[in-house]
Design a protein around this ligand. Structure first.
Ligand SMILES: *Cc1c(COP(=O)(O)O)cnc(C)c1O
Length: 429
């Protein structure tokens, strides 16, 4: 592949942005080399400025469940743009999207739209503390809930990819009430509650973790969190920014049958435009301004472009058979990864939940953040680059989940499966 134009464009970007990027993982620091520069996306593919095509398993890090530039989504955005892009005032599209969200997530008795998952995270924590009048939070090592200060302790995603155990600029007092537990280990949670249960406002969790690779909840882990929090009068917050509409239409709460007190949504809910949301129990949500004393606001929150993009995306995604088909595509991909690795004698654990998938170059199961240390990062990096050169774009980090869209069935998947052996052969050396 020729990357001349990408190299030029990335040099130019470095003159404007730290590391040439507006979000760190895009910079390929973990896998080495420079990123390609996107010209446009269509269906399951990204095309770069040199004219190379890639099957895209990132899908904007999750949002694009229908693939790039899905015609009805493009049309809905264009139609709405002609009628105004933001009003800073109430309009009906907000309730239209909210109605769809609540139908799929009945635990969101009331909700509020924001502009990113990060905003949802910082707001939901403030709300949980305001409602319970308690200070402490429990989060899990390797989980990522956006880049608000209070949640940047032992975080996943780019924090992990770049090997930043603590984030510079976050004063230790700000995270001193953020307690860290181990995912899939209820004992670690029980211990924290035994020590300071009366002061714990909330437990926040990615119910299926996607920010240190894919970690699947074992046995009764999520049920246990519900039981422990309920008993201690603490709130259970599901961060479904990634899992929402992905592991099931109704998210992990529908898939595992658990009702959290509060939920964060993002990514898919905006259909590729910047949106987040948080919501939950009415009595808690009524603490928010203007009804209550917990302040939260946003100039572009609930803007009509994002609302129509989200609504159109979700209505297509929930049509009979669409999700199921994408789920089967995901399973075929994971089967292909397992078979491809086995054929080359490479130890690999690969899994999927709904349309989220992940794989580790590891010979033992990976169930918690601690287990990810066993994964062979160098092998992943070789695999990543060989696949990229062959026109298949997996996340540029051994610690990120992957995403399949409805557009990947057929040609995109077949092309990928045919090239996996190239990737695994490269991973071996
Ligand atoms: C992506 C993500 C966030 C942050 O969302 P942004 O829109 O990037 O701010 C929060 N939580 C989880 C689980 C995520 O995957």
């Amino acid at each position: 592949m020729n990357h001349t134009e990408s190299a030029k464009a990335f040099e130019r970007a470095k003159g404007f942005f730290p590391g040439g990027v507006n979000s760190p993982v895009r910079a390929f620091r973990s896998v080495g080399g420079d990123p390609f520069i996107v010209k446009y996306g269509k269906g399951p593919y990204l095309f770069d400025v040199d004219g190379n095509r890639y099957v895209d398993y990132i899908n904007s890090w999750g949002p694009l469940v229908l693939g790039h530039a899905y015609p009805s989504v493009v049309e809905a955005i264009a139609t709405q743009a002609a009628r105004g892009t933001s009003f800073g005032a109430c309009h009906e599209l907000e309730s239209d999207l909210a109605a769809v969200v609540r139908e799929l997530y009945p635990s969101l008795e009331l909700m509020r739209f924001v502009n990113s998952g990060t905003e949802a995270g910082m707001s939901v924590i403030r709300l949980a503390r305001g409602f319970t009048n308690r200070r402490k939070l429990v989060k899990f090592e390797g989980c990522y809930h956006g880049h608000a200060d209070v949640l940047l302790a032992k975080a996943g995603s780019g924090v992990l990819t770049l090997g930043l155990p603590e984030c510079s600029g976050v004063p230790s007092q700000v995270v001193s009430d953020t307690l860290i537990a181990e995912y899939n280990n209820l004992d670690s949670v029980e211990r924290l509650f035994a020590e300071c249960g009366d002061d714990i406002a909330a437990v926040i969790v990615e119910p299926v973790v996607g920010n240190c690779g894919l970690l699947v909840p074992q046995d009764d882990f999520l049920k246990g969190l519900r039981r422990i929090t309920e008993k201690a009068g603490a709130l259970l917050i599901f961060d479904e920014v990634m899992t929402g509409f992905r592991v099931a239409l109704g998210g992990a709460q529908a898939l595992y049958g658990i009702q959290p007190d509060l939920t964060m949504l993002g990514k898919v809910i905006g259909g590729g435009l910047p949106v987040g949301a948080f919501g939950g129990r009415r009595d808690i949500m009524e603490m928010l301004a203007p009804l209550g004393p917990v302040y939260q606001a946003g100039t572009l929150s609930g803007n009509p472009l994002a609302m129509v993009a989200g609504m159109t995306t979700i209505s297509e995604w929930r049509k009979p058979g669409v999700f199921e088909s994408a789920e089967r595509t995901t399973q075929s991909l994971v089967d292909g990864l397992r078979r491809g690795a086995e054929a080359e004698g490479i130890p690999l654990v690969a899994d999927s939940v709904g349309t989220m998938f992940g794989f580790f170059f590891s010979s033992t199961p990976v169930r918690s953040f601690k287990d990810t240390a066993q994964a062979d990062k160098a092998a992943f990096n070789r695999f990543f680059h060989a696949m990229l050169e062959a026109g298949v774009y997996f996340a540029p980090s051994a610690f990120e989940a992957g995403f399949v869209s409805a557009a990947h069935a057929g040609e995109g998947l077949d092309y990928t499966l045919e090239r996996l052996s190239t990737g695994f052969k490269a991973a071996k050396n």
